[in-house]
Each structure stands twice: as structure tokens, then as C-alpha cells.
Ligand binder design. Structure first.
Ligand code: GLU
Length: 893
């Protein structure tokens, strides 16, 4: 009984195994073109590795039947497929060529046998029995577009090989904001004429869509025509870029970006490659030491693995037998549909990434590595995914580091134009060669930057001596800009102004100097001292006011003295009772008194009345201030050299026609005036452009020379830092006015140069460390002949004192005079009142008689008015207070 149960179980197990099982030997057919040896090899290895894997097809053995197709003959291929089907195969792999593949596909479809492909197939529909492991071309095309967007390419050349390439890059051509030029590779194999054309064009970004075997050749020929330099960026669409030896271009500086589906650094891939190499002899193939699997071979390998895992899955649900099929017959393979569905459903991690398919049989969710060449090796710098697009993993700092590394030990050609003090030929008795021939501020600056960043420089002088102007008719640049655009130089340096137009053509670093346009003009000659230079401290109106004040004060003093009773004095002090009194301040004495005090000499005339003393005091105050001011200003006039310039600003230049003015022909100053819309500068441009003979000069040096020789009849518009340099050395020149604009000098580089940010960084470092300032001091200052003169010119010269400076003194003088007048009136009235009381006369009579006497304005004596005593003891009536003080008495006459 026990035995019966065991027997039953064994039978059941045996039966169940027999029900869901695969044949012991499963055949698969592989169609490969005879030149695709590697793919056939990969197919064989894949079969072998499936057989070695205990988890895949544990009870069956896979056999690969390889058919080598010698030509793209679809009839021949179809015959071979039919013979494979007759032998009983579970799937057909390949071929790679379009024509035969389509034929094979239709047979497989008819026979319901899975057809597994790994070729680039742009067809938008997949047949039901077909599956393709190659990334779907429109998805790949999207990847290219995403990457170029991330690289910020907007202008590029697409270098393509055949029409198939155009389909591949169509998404790039559909982007309306991109400008591209299509260039087809010449079938002759000589790509140089076409590559040369690209080099002469202003486009520096190149998309290369060519087959693997042509990539190296394109780069090699590109290098021959100068297309493999720092200024060119390449994007290679071929998934096999990692197989190309880029070592020869490692020093070129060219920036090569590419993509890969298979990562040669991946452990699984490397293990597989090692296995390939170990088993090579069994298949009679010999693989090179540095062999690396290609994308196509990896896809073949993955396809066999995928097929095996689908078959394994099928085994658990179906009793699979592989029937022999006649192409001409009606019989189809019943398991084909299930098998192909399993292949689409079961995701598998292959060496080409995740093997996942959508319902239409297109490979879904594949990912690409983004690569960049770094010293001849391709480094992963990002990843592209179908959902997330392109993402660069390298940080900005890492990018800069790579650029810095690339720049190290390189020799950059520096284009210069000879201009003082930026770039000059060294004066020496010895024969100088190479970089030793040049010196100057810019030469030192470049050397310092090179030292900082670890690169070498070689100076070259631009052949035409120009900085860079565009010919509006031909659109051609000249000078340094041309050299940069032609990539004959890597850097351009001189007093190179950053302008909008130049910035559009070339790249500029951060500015190393700031400046503006100004005027250089001949210093006015020292004026020979004039005969009347003593008059200079005061302006003419002050002199006139002073003379008027002198007259006014003198007359007022005289009048007040006549009014003031205390000014009337006993002329002979020994006579006790004089008959008349005398006034010492006659008109002439009044003039003498005021002039005496004005000249700081004094006189023996002394005012006695309060009013006259007020006048005298105020006048003395006035003279004190005026004389001090005069003395001080005269000293300044005598020590400071006063130079009058006929022009003080650009406005002055614009207003006149006598003094001609010009600038350097074709420089940024020339362009500034040519394009300015400011009325003054427009007017100046009008005057300059129509002047005959021409006011423009070949160089700044010539302009400065012309200013020196013109005797004040020519002014030169030049950049302020250059003016600063000239006036330090040519003492007869000076800068007139301020700056007309504000701009900077920078180092120019070819467009898209990878060195711009590094050199800008170096300039900033030199600025911050003060090195740049030291350099400027060294080349501008030093022992220059005009330093003291320059500072004297800068100090403001003494100017005559105007009424505004001394007007206050006049006000005080007038105020004092008014007070004095008032006091005189008071004194006069008081005296008249006293007299009236004494003489018992009316006040008005006394006042009028006194006024009449004063108004006579003649005679310095006044009869004493003696008081008639009512009794002999009655004291005498005193006429005035002075008289009273002195004991003189006046009697009424
Ligand atoms: N720095 C000027 C330039 O770059 C040249 C001198 C000038 O125009 O004043 O063109």
C-alpha cells in the first residue's frame, strides 16, 4: 500500500513535470551579417551563459543556430529563415539590415514565431510577433534634444552621414528657436573641405550623427583643419562613443559630449567582457586585449537572456513543444504569442539597462549616461531618463575645476597691439626674442594671470595694428577681434574697450580697468605778470566800490564833523575866551584822514565827536578787513601760477570752431561720438567728421603729438587712463574737464572660449589682492617728470576776490556811517536845545541858525556865541561840551 502511494506520487510529479515543460533542446536562430562577427559571438555567449545559469531554463538546453548573411539579399535571408523554421526554432534573432529584417519579420509574423531584433528601427508600429531591444528612435531623439537644451546650444551644425541620421536628429530640427546647419559627410572619405567650411563659420557647436567607424575619422580630420580646439563643442549621438579611442584628442581642448546605453564601467558588463575574452578561442575569434562590448552586441546578449527568462516563465504555464514549420504551409507555432507576451511583460535587468517594453513593443524606461571627454577619457557627467530628461550631476565648481585642469600647462596665444603703456616693445641694446620683446601693463597682467592659473603665454602682435572694428559692408572684423575669431589667438589684450558691438562678436572677461573719455589739451602758458597785477586781488567792481566808499566816508566825515559841536574847538588853547572855534576836519582833512587809515598810515587828525569817531572806527574796521583780504590774496596771486585755458569742458569745445579736436580713428572713442545721440556730442561728431584736414589720428600717440605741436589749436579726445599716463610724462599737457562716459577695458577671448570664467576669476583675484593697483602704479607713476606740476595744476588757482567775498565789509561800513549820521543829528539837536534855553530863544530859531551855518560849508572857524550874564558872577554860557570842558565859553553874538 505504502509503495502504491509513493508510486502514485512519483507518477503525479512526473506527469506534472511532463505537462508543464519545455523540450530538452530548444533551438533559436540568429541571422547576422557576415561583418557583424561580434554580434554572432555575443549571441553564442548569451546562449552559453543561459545554459550555464541554473535558474534559467533549468531542464532544457538552448542551441543557437547562426546564419551568416553575406549580402543584403532578402530572398536569400527568407530562404535561410524558412530552413531554420523547418528545423524547429523557438525564435529568430536579427538580422540588422532594414531590408532583410523586414522580410524576416513578415515570415515570423506569418508563422507566429517570435522575431527578436536589436536594430535601429524607426517604424512606428511593431508587428505582433516582433520585439526590439533597441531604444525607440523618437525617444532617443528626444534625449538628444533634452541634452542640447541643457547644454544651452542654440546654434549648431549637424554633421550627418545618411538619411537615416536625419530621422534620428529630427527632433533637433523641429525646435524653432534653434538655428542649425546640416552638413553631410562626403562619401569620398575626405571630410576636410566640409570641416574647413565649418571652421570658417561662426558656429562652434557640432552635432555628430555618424556611424561608429567614422567618428574617429571625423575628429582626426577635424583636428587637421583646426576644428579640435578649445572653442569647439561636439555632441555625438552614437551610443558606441565609449568604444572610440579619444586619447589622441585629449590635449586638443575640444569638448566632446556623448551618451551611452551600456556602461563599460558596470561590474556586470566588465564580467561579461572578461568571459568573452576567456572563451574566445572556442569560437575561433580573437578579441583585442582592450576589447569592450558594443551596444549592438550587448543588446543581442540581453535579447537572448530576455528570451530565456520569458521561456522559463512560459514553462510554468504551458507544455511547450517546438514544431517544425513550413513557410509554405498553414501551420503556425501556437506558443509564439504567449512567448512574445512574456517577453514584453517580464522586466529584466540586462547589461543595457532595464529591459522593459510598452504594449506597442517599444522599449520603455531606458536610461542613458551623459558623457564628457576629460583628458581623453569619457566621464559620466549626467543621466538622461525618459521621465526626468537630462540631468547633469556635475556641479559648477567641478566644471570650473575641469576647465582649470584643462588650461594648466597649455600655451595660449595672446594677441596684442602696440600701445603705450599697455603693450610696448622693450627698448634694449640686446636682440630680444619671444615674449621678452614686449613689456607694459597688459603684458605684466597677462603674465600674472598665467602664473596664477598655471598656463603659458606667447605674445603675437596683430598684423594690422588695429583693435577690432567691423566693416559694415562685408561684416568682417579686423585687428585683434579678427585674430580671435579666426582662432589664431586665444586672448586679446591692450587698452581694449568693452563695447556692445565687440561683445557680440567675442567674449570679454571682467574689466581690469575703468575709465571714460576725456580731453587732453595743451597746458596754457604762464601769463607774464602784468603791470597792474597788484590790482588782481580784487575784482574791478570791488575797486570801484572801494573808491566810492572812500569818497562817501570822507564827505560824510566832513559833514558830521561840521554837525557835531564837539568838533568845534578852540584854535588857540592859550586864549581863554576865543572869539571863534575851529573844526579840524575840513573836507581836505577828511579825505586825508580816510586815505591815511586806508593806507594803514594814520594822520594827526583825530575825530572828537561821537559821530565822527563812529565813522572813523567803522572806516578803520573796513580798511582792516579790506587790507587783510588784499594782502592775503595778493600773496596767493604772486605765488600761484594762474593759467587761463580757453576750454574747460567738452561743451566749450563744441561751442567754438577755432580750436580743432579729434580722436583715434576707428577706436571706441570714435564709435562713441559716431553713435551718440546727445546734442553736444552729435555736434562734436559733426565738426570732427567734416573737418579738413582730418582731425582723426592713427593712434593715441599721434593725437598727443598733434596736441603738443598745435600750439593750443588742437584738442584730443582720449580715454582718461591714457590721458593720465600722458600728462604724467608730458608736462605741457593736461586733462580738460571730467569724463564724458564710463566704460572699461577687458581681455577678449574667442566666442564660447572655455577660459573666460577662469581668466575673469584671476582678474578678480588680482584686483582684490591689490596686485592690479600695484601694476597700474608701476606703469603710470614711477619717476615721472611732471608729478609736481600736475599736482600744482590740480590745485585750484587763486582767484580775485569778488564783491561776494568782501560785500559784508561794505555793509558794515554803510551801517556805521548811518549810526554816525544819527548820532551827529542827536548831538546837533541837543546843542541847539541848550543854546535856545541859554539864550531864551526858540529852539527852532537856534536850530535854523545852526543849520544855516553848517550849510555854508566854508570856513573852519565858527564865532563863539557868548552868553550875556544877567549878573557879573553869572558863569559864561558854554557853546559846546568841548568848550565847556576846556573852560571856553561862548557868548551869543
Ligand atoms: N580703447 C580704444 C578701443 O578699444 C582705443 C582708444 C580710443 O578709441 O580712444 O578702441
Amino acid at each position: 500500500m505504502k509503495l502504491t502511494v509513493i508510486n502514485a506520487l512519483v507518477v503525479f510529479c512526473w506527469c506534472s513535470l511532463r505537462i508543464f515543460a519545455l523540450p530538452d533542446d530548444i533551438f533559436i536562430g540568429g541571422l547576422f551579417n557576415s561583418h557583424d562577427e561580434e554580434q554572432a559571438l555575443a549571441f553564442q555567449y548569451a546562449v552559453e551563459s543561459v545554459n550555464a545559469d541554473k535558474l534559467l531554463l533549468p531542464r532544457s538546453r538552448l542551441h543557437g543556430r547562426i546564419v551568416n548573411l553575406t549580402s543584403d539579399d532578402s530572398y536569400h535571408a527568407a530562404k535561410r529563415v524558412c530552413s531554420l523554421l523547418l528545423d524547429g526554432v523557438a525564435a529568430i534573432f536579427g538580422p540588422q539590415t532594414d531590408n532583410t529584417a523586414n522580410h524576416v519579420q513578415s515570415i515570423c509574423d506569418a508563422m507566429e514565431v517570435p522575431h527578436i531584433e536589436t536594430r535601429w528601427n524607426v517604424n512606428e508600429v511593431r508587428n505582433s510577433y516582433s520585439i526590439n531591444l533597441h531604444p525607440y528612435p523618437p525617444s532617443l531623439s528626444r534625449a538628444y534634444r533634452d541634452i542640447l537644451e541643457k547644454l544651452q546650444w542654440t546654434h549648431f551644425v549637424i554633421l550627418y552621414e545618411n538619411n537615416e541620421s536625419l530621422v534620428r536628429v529630427q527632433s533637433l530640427m523641429k525646435n524653432a528657436s534653434w538655428n542649425f546647419v546640416l552638413r553631410k559627410l562626403d562619401e569620398s572619405g575626405d571630410y576636410r573641405p566640409m570641416l574647413k567650411e565649418i571652421r570658417l563659420s561662426p558656429i562652434n557647436n557640432i552635432v555628430i550623427d555618424v556611424s561608429r567607424d567614422k567618428i574617429y575619422e571625423v575628429f582626426r580630420q577635424g583636428a587637421l583643419v583646426g576644428l579640435m580646439t578649445d572653442y569647439y563643442l561636439y555632441f555625438v549621438t552614437n551610443l558606441d562613443l565609449y568604444l572610440i579611442n579619444l586619447e589622441p584628442f585629449s590635449e586638443s581642448g575640444a569638448n566632446i559630449t556623448g551618451i551611452q546605453l551600456v556602461d563599460p564601467q558596470d561590474g556586470d558588463v566588465q564580467r561579461l567582457v572578461e568571459e568573452f575574452k576567456r572563451g574566445e578561442l572556442r569560437y575561433g575569434h580573437s578579441l583585442p586585449m582592450d576589447y569592450m562590448i558594443s551596444t549592438d552586441a550587448a543588446l543581442i546578449y540581453d535579447s537572448v537572456e530576455l528570451f530565456a527568462s520569458a521561456l522559463t516563465a512560459l514553462e510554468y504555464s504551458h507544455q511547450v513543444d517546438i514544431s517544425k514549420l513550413y513557410c509554405e504551409g498553414d501551420k503556425t507555432w501556437q506558443h509564439g504569442t504567449s512567448l512574445i507576451n512574456y517577453m514584453k511583460m517580464v522586466p529584466l535587468k540586462g547589461i543595457s539597462g532595464l529591459l522593459k517594453f510598452n504594449d506597442d513593443g517599444f522599449r520603455a524606461d531606458f536610461e542613458l549616461d551623459i558623457l564628457e571627454m576629460d583628458k581623453g577619457l569619457l566621464k559620466k557627467v549626467g543621466r538622461w531618463t525618459q521621465r526626468g530628461g537630462a540631468n547633469f550631476t556635475r556641479s559648477w565648481a567641478e566644471t570650473v575645476q575641469v576647465k582649470e585642469k584643462n588650461l594648466r600647462n597649455k600655451t595660449l596665444i595672446v594677441c596684442i597691439a602696440l600701445t603705450k603703456p599697455y603693450t610696448m616693445e622693450k627698448q634694449s641694446t640686446e636682440m630680444l626674442t619671444g615674449n621678452d620683446k614686449y613689456e607694459g601693463f597688459c603684458i605684466d597682467l597677462v603674465k600674472k594671470i598665467a602664473e596664477l592659473e598655471g598656463f603659458k603665454v606667447k605674445f603675437m602682435v596683430t598684423p594690422d595694428g588695429m583693435y577690432g572694428n567691423i566693416d559694415n559692408k562685408t561684416g568682417e572684423w579686423n585687428g585683434i577681434v579678427k585674430q580671435l575669431l579666426d582662432q589664431k589667438a586665444d586672448l586679446g589684450i591692450v587698452d581694449f574697450t568693452i563695447t556692445y558691438q565687440r561683445e557680440e562678436a567675442v567674449d570679454f572677461t571682467m574689466p581690469f580697468m575703468n575709465l571714460g573719455i576725456s580731453i587732453i589739451y595743451k597746458k596754457p602758458q604762464k601769463k607774464s605778470p602784468s603791470l597792474f597785477s597788484f590790482m588782481s586781488p580784487f575784482s574791478v567792481d570791488v575797486w570801484i566800490y572801494m573808491a566810492t566808499a572812500y569818497l562817501g566816508v570822507s564827505v560824510l566825515l566832513f559833514i558830521l564833523a561840521r554837525i557835531a559841536p564837539n568838533e568845534w574847538d578852540n584854535p588857540h588853547p592859550c586864549i581863554q575866551d576865543p572869539d571863534e572855534l575851529e573844526n579840524s576836519i575840513s573836507l581836505s582833512n577828511a579825505f586825508w584822514f580816510t586815505i591815511g587809515s586806508l593806507m594803514q598810515q594814520g594822520s594827526d587828525i583825530a575825530p572828537k565827536a561821537v559821530s565822527t569817531r563812529v565813522v572813523a572806527g567803522i572806516w578803520w574796521f573796513f580798511t582792516l578787513i579790506m587790507i587783510s583780504s588784499y594782502t592775503a590774496n595778493l600773496a596767493a596771486f604772486l605765488t600761484v601760477e594762474r593759467m587761463d585755458s580757453p576750454i574747460e569742458s567738452a561743451d566749450d569745445l563744441a561751442k567754438q570752431t577755432k580750436i580743432k579736436y579729434g580722436c583715434k580713428m576707428g577706436g571706441s572713442t570714435y564709435s562713441f561720438f559716431q553713435e551718440s545721440n546727445i546734442p553736444t556730442y552729435k555736434k562734436m561728431w559733426q565738426a570732427m567728421s567734416t573737418a579738413s584736414p582730418s582731425v582723426f589720428t592713427e593712434s593715441n600717440d599721434k593725437g598727443v603729438e598733434r596736441v603738443q605741436k598745435s600750439g593750443g589749436m588742437y584738442a584730443f579726445l582720449m580715454e582718461s587712463v591714457s590721458i593720465e599716463y600722458e600728462v604724467e610724462r608730458k608736462c605741457d599737457l593736461m586733462q580738460i574737464g571730467g569724463l564724458l562716459d564710463s566704460k572699461s577695458y577687458g581681455i577678449a577671448l574667442p566666442p564660447g572660449s572655455p577660459h573666460t570664467s577662469i581668466i575673469s576669476g584671476a582678474i578678480l583675484k588680482l584686483k582684490e589682492s591689490g596686485e592690479l593697483h600695484k601694476l597700474k602704479e608701476r606703469w603710470w607713476k614711477g619717476k615721472t617728470p611732471c608729478q609736481s606740476e600736475a599736482s600744482a595744476t590740480k590745485s585750484s588757482g587763486a582767484a580775485e576776490l569778488g564783491l561776494a567775498n568782501v560785500g559784508g565789509v561794505f555793509v558794515v561800513l554803510i551801517g556805521g556811517m548811518a549810526i554816525a549820521g544819527l548820532m551827529a543829528i542827536c548831538e546837533f539837536m541837543w546843542n541847539a536845545r541848550e543854546l535856545a534855553t541859554d539864550e531864551s530863544a526858540s529852539f527852532c530859531d537856534e536850530l535854523s541858525s545852526e543849520v544855516r551855518f553848517i550849510l555854508k560849508c566854508s570856513g573852519n572857524t565858527k564865532p563863539v556865541r557868548k552868553k550875556t550874564p544877567s549878573t557879573p558872577e553869572e558863569p559864561l554860557f558854554t557853546y559846546g561840551s568841548y568848550g565847556a570842558n576846556y573852560g571856553y565859553s561862548q557868548r551869543k553874538q
